[in-house]
Design a protein around this ligand. Structure first.
Ligand SMILES: Nc1ncnc2c1ncn2[C@@H]1O[C@H](COP(=O)(O)OP(=O)(O)OP(=O)(O)O)[C@@H](O)[C@H]1O
Length: 484
């Protein structure tokens, strides 16, 4: 247990959220037991919002409420005992988080011109994110570890990576804007951060501005309230390169869309670089006003596909190497153990990173001695316990209709009575939770419904999970059935 001893002796000086969470999770697991740990804590991750607040992000509202009621106080006691910066955690569910980036800063070498601290509270949004020059821009949202060095190339992301590197090199070309799109958790934020770091390193004098669409929105709204929209406009239009992450979040926000449209046209006309990302291609962002959509689609769209097994293995190994450089783990993991971990962790790279961090925590750091059996024992229910099985939309529809004594066709039908509409929403919710399908894609598979209907259904169930015990029980039973 060499790793465990080392971690314990360094607890007073810890500031890195990954290390603190790793250590706190080990203790929590022994206190609350494997069942609750694997259901509610293992799938959660620590993130930081734009004001620097650390947040424990649970996968569902149901899990959030469970943590709040049963574990948050203890989580904070453990966290405070370890955190050299005496921060506290709040808890929120994923649906409440939008695009807040992971708080972790686990990576070997930071980008050459990066601020030295691996993890610092981000300043609250201000009008004029570029007003204080590049340092302020970086502190405003980039994460040290999200560089090209830390990005693993594979089938499905190679094209996006190649274009990202060209943009970062300020290469001459006709692609403006560049639009990265792909499902949740497969590297869009990582690539946008990597572009910003590299572009800034190559041209330290250039104004490189990275922000999430949520931040664009909240900063713009605040600027309107404070009657400072001119300063807001200037701050963005001075950018040599503007990167906006998760632009789907401006959907339905008319004045923010108008502002974004005029910012983009001004920058593009002036030959400044614009890079955008979203969970869908621009033309599928139907809740975005057509002119803005058209501008977003007018450059180069680069899809990022969900990672295949080889890429997942490489990302998991990469992650363990980063934890090893930090001294959190010791030794090299066996191929069979790593394959076991990857094969039993469906979902995005984010879930995979969660599983790797959990393994690092519960193994006490001794990786080379780990066998597949140890891993099974250590992670227990946190792993799915069978060969990788992708849950499909069809399977979810069958399971849900059977559970509610309906026909699968009822879920796809136009029927709107509560006895059909609610199970349909539950099925849509489960599709969002257990598949990497986008909202429009799910809509298509439910009788050609619009993505906003799916979005509404998913949000409805997410909120009902916190208040309606019957729905929470149904969702839990169905989740268990689907996982087999
Ligand atoms: N190819 C990759 N190589 C290394 N790490 C990766 C890769 N793809 C994803 N990751 C990691 O997986 C995690 C999720 O990725 P990221 O946040 O970039 O996803 P995203 O596509 O922006 O998701 P969202 O739609 O939720 O914003 C990050 O920690 C990222 O570093």
């Amino acid at each position: 247990m060499q790793g465990g001893t080392m971690m314990a002796s360094e607890t007073t000086a810890m500031t890195d959220p990954d290390r603190i969470w790793t250590e706190a999770a080990v203790r929590l697991r022994s206190e609350i037991g494997d069942g609750p740990f694997s259901s509610y804590i293992a799938p959660s991750a620590v993130r930081m919002d734009s004001s620097g607040q650390l947040i424990l992000v649970t996968p569902t509202a149901y899990a959030r409420d469970w943590v709040r009621k049963n574990a948050l106080r203890r989580v904070n006691e453990l966290w405070l005992g370890l955190d050299g910066l005496s921060r506290r955690l709040e808890v929120r569910c994923r649906a409440e988080m939008g695009s807040v980036p992971p708080a972790s800063a686990v990576q070997g070498a930071p980008a050459p011109s990066a601020p030295s601290a691996g993890f610092q509270p981000m300043p609250a949004p201000t009008v004029g994110p570029v007003a204080d020059g590049p340092r302020a821009v970086r502190a405003a949202g980039l994460q040290d570890r999200l560089t090209f060095d830390g990005f693993v190339e594979g089938h499905g992301n190679a094209f996006a990576l190649a274009i990202a590197k060209q943009v970062a090199a300020w290469a001459d070309g006709h692609f403006n804007p560049v639009f990265l799109c792909g499902p949740y958790g497969f590297g869009k934020t990582h690539l946008l951060n990597a572009i910003a770091w590299e572009a800034q390193r190559l041209r330290p004098e250039a104004r490189v501005v990275y922000l999430t669409a949520e931040r664009f929105l909240s900063t713009f709204v605040k600027a309107m309230q404070d009657r400072q929209t001119a300063a807001f406009k200037d701050s963005l239009r001075n950018a040599d390169m503007l990167l906006i992450d998760d632009v789907q979040f401006v959907g339905g926000k008319t004045s923010t869309q108008e502002e974004l449209l005029s910012t983009l046209t001004a920058l593009i006309q002036d030959g400044r670089r614009v890079v955008l990302s979203a969970d869908r291609p621009p033309l599928a962002l139907t809740e975005i006003e057509p002119r803005l959509r058209g501008h977003m689609a007018s450059g180069l769209t680069c899809p990022i596909e969900p990672g295949d097994r080889a890429l997942k293995l490489a990302v998991a190994r990469n992650r363990l190497e980063a934890l090893s450089r930090l001294g959190v783990v010791d030794g090299v993991i066996g191929d069979a153990v790593l394959e076991h971990l990857v094969d039993r962790t469906p979902g995005s790279m984010r879930e995979l990173e969660g599983a790797v961090t959990t393994l690092a925590a519960v193994s006490g750091g001794r990786l080379s001695a780990l066998t597949v059996e140890d891993t099974q024992k250590l992670l227990g229910a946190a792993l799915r316990g069978g060969p990788e099985r992708r849950i499909t939309v069809d399977e979810i529809q069958k399971t849900v209709s059977e559970h509610f004594n309906l026909k699968q066709a009822d879920l796809l039908s136009e029927r709107r009575t509560r006895s059909v509409a609610r199970p349909r929403q539950i099925a849509m919710y489960l599709c969002k939770q257990h598949t990497t399908r986008s909202y429009p894609d799910i809509g298509r598979r439910f009788g050609g419904r619009d993505h906003t209907t799916v979005l509404h259904g998913v949000r409805k169930i997410d909120s009902l999970l916190a208040t309606d015990e019957q729905i929470a029980r149904d969702v839990e039973t169905l989740t268990r059935k689907l996982r087999g």
